[in-house]
Design a protein. Structure first.
Length: 207
């Protein structure tokens, strides 16, 4: 009986060693591909979260054009300046970044996992097979800024868009390796049609 147990333990140890060797060789061979697929998965999911977070704020009325930008006009009603309400911009920046960070950290393997088929035979098995788990470990840094964009929208009309550029530094764990990269996304948060001549500059104001 003891001999049988010793043989079983040896076989178990051998199987474990073989599994470890296969795992190490597999990871070494596909490391670059796995990293690229994991990065793509995280970037796609994060971009969707950023869009959803901003859309939810717009639907709730938390983001409104006239709270972010206001016009100064002369006595004839012509626009002489567009000014940014920096207090509102900073409030939105903090609120949205906090929401995005929480949503990103809440992502799980079902959202981020890499289908095994996408790694081995992507031409035939893309999106199929057991998921290789991808775990977001931390967000090291996140930032956002607002950028104005002007474009023609018709005769004597200008489309003014306010875009939010979001940048998030993410660390992930996949197959025992830690990877870090930056996710960027640009979303239109507010826009309006301006009738008449538009000033050459957009001025910032703390009020």
């Amino acid at each position: 009986m003891r001999r049988y147990v010793r043989i079983s333990l040896r076989w178990l140890l051998l199987v474990m060693i073989v599994c470890i060797v296969v795992f190490v060789l597999f990871r070494a061979k596909y490391h670059t591909t796995i990293r690229q697929l994991a990065e793509t998965q995280v970037k796609n999911s994060t971009s969707d979260l950023i869009n959803d977070a901003i859309d939810s704020k717009i639907e709730k009325g938390d983001i409104q054009y006239d709270r972010i930008v206001y016009f100064e006009k002369d006595l004839n009603g012509r626009i002489t300046a567009l000014k940014t309400n920096m207090a509102e911009v900073n409030r939105l920046k903090t609120t949205i970044l906090n929401l995005i960070n929480d949503e990103i950290l809440a992502l799980d393997t079902q959202d981020l996992g890499i289908p095994f088929g996408s790694l081995i035979l992507p031409e035939f098995l893309s999106g199929k097979g057991t998921l290789i788990p991808v775990k977001i470990l931390a967000i090291r840094n996140s930032d956002a800024d607002f950028v104005s964009k002007f474009s023609e929208a018709g005769i004597n009309q200008t489309l003014h868009q306010i875009n939010m550029n979001v940048s998030v530094d993410v660390s992930i764990l996949v197959l025992g390796n830690t990877e870090s990269f930056t996710v960027t996304s640009q979303v239109v948060v507010a826009e309006t049609i301006i009738v008449g001549q538009v000033p050459n500059a957009l001025f910032r104001s703390g009020g």
